[in-house]
Design a protein around this ligand. Structure first.
Ligand code: SF4
Ligand code: SF4
Length: 95
């Protein structure tokens, strides 16, 4: 069975230390529940992450999302979007 690890295709949260030019440069983000928020979102310090790397999705606790299977994301890619002051998974689909 093929295991797919989802990419973070883009992120509009420019204030996050892992964000450079709309892309996320940490190894992987975790998405928390019950709301689909990026748990790795961090502000305040100098820019971090690895410039030659684009993030994948690690664990996701939003079990009610259609893409969630056993706390892993099965969407091909995910976009993270700034809404208010929160970093939300824009790919999340809940019935
Ligand atoms: S996906 Fe999360 S950790 Fe990555 S840049 Fe956006 S808010 Fe930051
Ligand atoms: S698309 Fe759904 S399963 Fe994937 S990270 Fe977002 S909320 Fe989690």
């Amino acid at each position: 069975m093929e295991n797919i690890v989802s990419d973070v295709s883009g992120c509009s949260v420019k204030s996050c230390i892992f964000n450079t030019d709309g892309m996320c440069h940490t190894v992987a983000i975790n998405v928390g529940g019950p709301e689909p928020l990026c748990d790795t979102f961090l502000t305040g310090g100098k820019k971090g992450g690895m410039k030659n790397m684009l993030a994948k999705i690690g664990a996701c606790k939003v079990t009610q999302c259609l893409y969630n299977n056993d706390y892993e994301c099965e969407a091909k890619s995910v976009s993270i979007e700034l809404k208010g002051n929160r970093a939300i998974c824009g790919t999340c689909e809940i019935d």
